[in-house]
Design a protein around this ligand. Structure first.
Ligand SMILES: C[S@@+](CC[C@H](N)C(=O)[O-])C[C@H]1O[C@@H](n2cnc3c(N)ncnc32)[C@H](O)[C@@H]1O
Ligand code: SF4
Length: 453
């Protein structure tokens, strides 16, 4: 789930030893076991050819499905290229296959229940949506099959196969339950899935089981994450930060490093669904967490945030050596603990900044076909049963305003509004205005009235 554009330094760090040929210097940059970007370095210009493994024939041949030239010197230029791409098509399409889930997490945005809701999209309707997604130009969006629990859909493998035949990269976000067995993992591998994410919300039983509502769940999660690694997946761990686990982040990072996890996606709580019942972190704590996450990305795990786009501001400020808002004592504690559990950093920071956020590079389709800017922003733009998903993504007025960074309040005035832009979901959840300010950011000094006031 990586962007194909990154900084020159990122590229230099990641490409495998370039070879000098008559064409220029040639290097490959693997973004997943099944696809890669071949880079031809011509002075300041990088010609990139995106290639993908052919899942249908299962052969090792690759097909070139995208090419372009980009000067990657300037962050602004890079962002302009990405913005043009996001205006046209999303990077990530989340499809909530079902609301059914055998867990009942305290913070669940989906209000997931044991049984599927009435009127969930059928297999045929899913195929229709996949057909539409395949009309997007290359590189096509990544389809993330999520929930609820995607394993509660009996047609999961058929949907994966259909999406792969339509040349859509597929990633899975299952819940850790007895349905997620080593056999299931083998089947997913056989059907061409390469990336899977699961959640870890605490460093120990007490905290994690408390969030997930099932005793023994921490140990099941640890077993599952190492089984996923053994099965050869790119493994992403999702952690939702709340008041109750924020002090444990350094220990969670240490677990991920020890398990050789590829990506850590850190969710900042949104007060939607059951998320309204859980204590969130304060803006100052969020600032501290962002600084900590930059530090934590220096141990070989790629770190990304969800509904915490201010991480991009902090990353940029740190990269450029610019002083931003002050850090507090939480950062000091987390920093010290990280050094204690992991020692000196082993890598350069790796916090990719694809600037995708709710509605800008991201779109979400609910179990019943409603289209939202994100799963945390339940404002229906339309429904795939009646409207074109492509048209809703490109033309729905809210989506256009989000992509134009046409925000209100502090987020609208902030000089980082294009890089960060605040969580549109949190703005909506707290104020009812999806274009309002994100009260979780420390730069938003004016208190935002709560939605219920
Ligand atoms: C929607 S879930 C889907 C996958 C699976 N059901 C799970 O929970 O692991 C994706 C991530 O969103 C997180 N999440 C759920 N509700 C949230 C909320 N209100 N705010 C922030 N993150 C939330 C979950 O903890 C999980 O890591
Ligand atoms: S957060 Fe995920 S695992 Fe937990 S109840 Fe909701 S859908 Fe299920």
């Amino acid at each position: 789930m990586e962007s194909d554009l990154c900084t020159r330094e990122d590229l230099v760090r990641r490409v495998k030893a370039p070879e000098t040929t008559r064409l220029g210097r040639i290097a490959t940059w693997g973004i997943a076991p099944s696809n890669a970007i071949v880079l031809i370095l011509l002075g300041d210009l990088w010609l990139y050819l995106a290639t993908a493994h052919d899942a249908q024939t299962e052969s090792m041949t690759t097909t070139i499905h995208g090419a372009g030239v980009a000067s990657l010197h300037s962050g602004e230029h890079r962002r302009a290229i990405l913005q043009r791409r996001f205006n046209d098509r999303p990077l990530l399409v989340f499809w909530e296959l079902t609301k059914a889930c055998d867990l009942a997490c305290r913070h669940c945005r989906a209000d997931a229940q044991r049984n599927a809701s009435l009127g969930e999209l059928t297999t045929a309707e899913g195929y229709q949506m996949i057909d539409e997604l395949s009309q997007f130009a290359s590189p096509r969006p990544i389809l993330i099959l999520t929930g609820g629990d995607c394993l509660k859909r009996p047609d999961l493998l058929e949907l994966i196969d259909y999406a792969k035949r339509a040349s859509l990269p597929v990633a899975l976000a299952p819940s850790v339950t007895p349905l997620l067995t080593p056999d299931t993992m083998r089947e997913w591998r056989d059907h061409g899935v390469t990336t899977v994410s699961i959640s870890l919300d605490g460093k120990d039983e007490q905290t994690h089981d408390g969030v997930r509502g099932v005793s023994g769940h921490f140990s099941a999660t640890m077993t599952t994450l190492s089984a996923l690694k053994d099965a050869g997946f790119t493994v992403q761990i999702n952690t939702t930060i709340m008041a109750g686990n924020v002090e444990q982040l350094a220990d969670i990072a240490a677990i991920l490093v020890a398990q050789n996890i590829d990506i850590w996606e850190v969710f900042f709580l949104v007060a939607t669904g059951r998320g309204t019942e859980v204590g969130a972190t304060t803006p100052q704590q969020n600032e501290d967490v962002c600084h900590f996450l930059v530090d934590a990305s220096r141990y070989g795990v790629t770190v990304r945030s969800v509904e915490g786009p201010f991480l991009r501001r902090v990353t940029q400020q740190r990269h450029e050596g610019v002083t931003g808002p002050r850090t507090g004592q939480l950062y000091e504690r987390l920093r010290q603990r990280l050094l204690y559990v992991l020692g000196d950093p082993t890598h350069e920071p790796c916090v990719p900044s694809a600037a995708a956020r709710d509605g800008n590079g991201i779109v979400f389709v609910s179990a019943t076909g409603d289209v939202y800017p994100s799963g945390f922003l339940p404002h229906a733009l339309g429904n795939v049963r009646e409207s074109s998903l492509i048209a809703l993504y490109r033309n729905a007025p809210l989506m256009v305003s989000i992509r134009d960074a046409d925000f209100h309040g502090t987020c609208g005035r902030c000089s980082f509004k294009r890089l960060c832009g605040g969580s549109r979901s949190r703005a909506f959840a707290t104020t009812g205005d999806a274009l309002g300010s994100d009260p979780a950011c420390v730069m938003v000094r004016t208190p935002v009235p709560s939605r219920t006031q």
